[in-house]
Design a protein around this ligand. Structure first.
Ligand code: UN1
Length: 530
């Protein structure tokens, strides 16, 4: 197969994007070719993508397997120097990469800059971690013996990510995996292929040896088949997956068959509780950003605002006004949100609008579904017909029995439901079975602390958005949102290293644990005088 060197290229738009295996680009496209389109202007082709097939995925895992041992033998502080260089390259390329994020997936430019900043923050954190990666010395129960623990890289990590955070979320996996001495095979979303490619080239120019990072541009089911074959061949030691709950279950089952526990970051139906003592304007601001930022296409997006009945009308009126007045449209302008990530996201979103029933009342826009010249939104910024835009929708009167209450509706839609007291708010905040993030707006510390204790989400906010996690605190969910694995900060180290224990005996004779222990006899009958 003919290949070219992936390092001998520079970022430029409208280019052909392909996989990178062992530092080289296969020139064929066994998985076919697709165009990645700008969702804000679908006439703008961001990249032509040559797709790989399951065989490409397996080859990439093989290249990773070959490169990993040598990479693991590079001292961790030196590995982290690469992470530092990569971080500086992301910094130097922040604006072009952010522009590409806006162009390929339609995120507002401000959010895209934040997205790249999150990559830089992650690199900064793991630059330091290479000089820690601490193990422990542990006392033994026997004399002349010492116990130690070491963090050992897992080997090859296969990472499959979604395109709504096409740079930040991949960095949460890839950067720590590399710092810990693993090699990586990464499959970016096919609708964010150009961002994936740009990201990969920054990594390659940061000084990583060939084969340490490999990228497979392919469709989801193809990656699944490739992963199945690579696991079967013993080429993958850890799987990281960010995506839907449905696919996460499949990935979990596949890994389970190979006695592996994947890192799963799945969907959410994140609640935002508004207590009677809340600052309502602040709560509305939080709900607006949580629910409609990134057009509601974050796994941490607000699903249902749970509002105390005494402030229900007040909150709803202000929320409806804020959403009604929010500028929506061209993501290069100052808007709340831009287009959907792509056509299939808009189609799926329109399908969820069928879950709205007669007992619900809608607010937030002049229409529902697609924003077009025939179904316009007042104040739309730009040309609606040029891209894939959807109206924001607030659905009031949602109850726990509604499908809308229990379904992740990835898009610009927010439910509003009422509650009578904190017990009911807590129950409703857990009732959907997801457990990613949850927020409470209150001025009362007791409400906040009780909510924290009793809500099952992995991430809680008090008087802040359901989204907006920082790069150095544990990110992840429970229940339908994941298997309890955590990314970011020191917590992700447990995903990409395994603990190894060692005992070292210098007694010069065999000492048997639990048998040759020193006995310090006590006097069980001792009593203090009355
Ligand atoms: C996601 O929603 O898929 O917390 C990731 C946030 C971002 C990452 C979200 N820092 O909003």
């Amino acid at each position: 197969m003919r290949t070219t060197d992936a390092r001998e290229e520079t970022l430029h738009p409208g280019r052909l994007v392909s996989s990178i295996v062992g530092g080289r680009r296969p020139e064929d496209a066994p998985g076919g070719r697709i165009s990645s389109l700008n969702p804000a202007r679908t006439g703008d082709v961001v990249a032509e993508v040559a797709l790989g097939d399951a065989g490409t995925f397996v080859e990439a895992c093989r290249a990773a397997r070959e490169a990993q041992k040598e990479w693991a033998s590079v001292p961790a502080p030196i590995r982290s120097n690469s992470i530092k260089q990569i971080g500086r390259l992301f910094e130097a390329n922040k604006e072009p990469l952010a522009r590409l994020v806006t162009r390929e997936i339609g995120k507002t430019y401000t959010e895209s800059l934040g997205e790249v900043q999150e990559v830089i923050d992650t690199c900064d954190f793991f630059t330091g971690e290479g000089r820690r990666l601490y193990g422990q010395t542990v006392p033994s129960e026997m004399p002349d013996k010492q116990l130690f623990t070491f963090r050992v890289p897992v080997g090859v990590a296969a990472v499959i990510t979604a395109g709504n955070f096409p740079a930040a979320v991949p960095s949460w996996y890839i950067i720590p995996a590399l710092a810990c001495g693993n090699a990586v095979v990464w499959k970016p979303a096919e609708y964010s292929a150009a961002i994936g490619d740009a990201f990969a080239r920054i990594l390659l120019h940061g000084g990583l040896p060939e084969g340490v990072v490999n990228v497979v541009q392919c469709e989801g089911p193809v990656a699944f088949e490739g992963l199945e074959r690579a696991l079967e061949a013993g080429l993958v030691d850890k799987v990281g997956f960010t995506g839907s709950t449905e696919v996460g279950r499949e990935v979990g089952a596949l890994c389970g068959r190979h006695l592996q526990s994947p890192c799963l970051e799945l969907g959410g139906k994140n609640p935002l509780v508004v207590m009677p003592d809340a600052d309502l304007d602040l709560a509305v601001e939080g709900a607006l950003f949580s629910g409609f930022g990134t057009a509601g296409q974050r796994c941490t997006s607000l699903g249902t605002a749970l509002v105390h009945e005494s402030v229900y009308e007040g909150f709803l009126n202000r929320f409806a006004r804020a959403v009604g007045e929010a500028p929506i449209g061209d993501p290069t302008q100052d808007v709340l949100y831009g287009p959907m990530l792509g056509e299939r996201f808009a189609e799926r979103f329109e399908g969820w609008l069928d879950l709205v029933h007669d007992h619900h009342t809608l607010y937030g826009s002049t229409g529902t579904g697609r924003i077009t010249d025939a179904n316009p939104r007042e104040g739309f910024v730009g040309e609606p017909g040029a891209g894939i835009y959807c109206h924001p929708t607030i659905v009031s009167g949602v109850t726990e029995d509604d499908e809308l209450f229990n379904t992740e509706t990835f898009g610009p839609i927010v439910n509003v439901a009422g509650f009578a007291d904190l017990d009911e708010a807590v129950r409703l905040s857990n009732a959907h079975g997801y457990g990613l993030s949850a927020a409470i707006y209150t001025r009362d510390a007791e409400n906040a602390l009780r909510f924290r204790e009793r809500n099952g989400a992995g991430m809680l906010s008090v008087n802040n958005s359901t989204s907006g996690a920082e790069a150095h605190v544990p990110f992840g969910g429970n229940g339908r949102s994941g298997n309890g694995s955590r990314l970011s900060g020191i917590w992700v180290l447990d995903q990409f290293t395994r603990w190894q224990a060692m005992n070292w005996d210098y007694a010069g004779k065999l000492q048997k644990a639990q048998m040759d222990v020193i006995d310090l006899p006590a006097d069980p009958d001792f009593r203090l005088p009355d």
